[in-house]
Write a protein that binds this ligand. Sequence first.
Ligand code: CIR
Length: 262
Amino acid sequence: MDRWAIMRDVSESLSQCALTHQDRVPIDLDVARRQHANYEICLDRLGCEIIRLPEEPDMPDAVFVEDTAVVLDKIALITRPGAASRRLEIESVAAALQPFRDILRIESPGALDGGDVLVVGKDIYVGLSSRTNGHAMDQMRRWLAPYGYRVYSVEVNGCLHLKSAVTAVSENTLLVNPDWIDSSAFDPYEIVKVHPDEAYGANGLWIGKAVIYPLAFPRTAERLDKQGIRIEFVDLSELAKAEGAVTCCSLVFAKSPGTGLN
Ligand code: CIR
């Protein structure tokens, strides 16, 4: 097991989650919990030791731990989520990260959701979205420069987060929905575009040997397969109704900083 993965159990209040681009539809909590458990098994299979935080019954979106922190080699940046309803989620995640990384924090008036942060090596792309603002990006640029990171901004339109529109699926390949971002920002990388019928298909979780990817997007999965990318399928249909995707449900980071593991 060479990575940690912080996860949090699904909240019983999930059906009261924040929604921005989707209509509210009934969520089957039992199915959501089962799917979440299968996702955990998948992480375990890919070499992640799970740190499971207890359910937060009064925080509907707390299962989406990705939004509360950005974990880098030496430091963890605790976010200040753009939705005020989510700001109580951060302290327990900060406490869980404390033993492993030095902690930095986004400060007001900065607002940042981890879902808006794409880290590719030393390049950090920050989505300017309804949840993340320029103040947060400026703070990141200032604080992360001494660690050798370059921080770039990317406008996000039409979806919740930058990582709804682009994720890394290998060291040099990005999976992109070009309708929601200007993909020329990512010219140095090989680009795989989502199938036009699968707008939400740009979110995959790359963990070394494989990409954890939703069953819901078979045509995009075919494109990844053609690129030689190994896929571990998961069904996250219930969490998708809460506008969640694959990356949002965990914070994955290397146990030994500096080993270059993503
Ligand atoms: C929210 O609106 O904050 C949640 N319902 C969904 C958050 C999904 N997080 C992510 O994509 N990183």
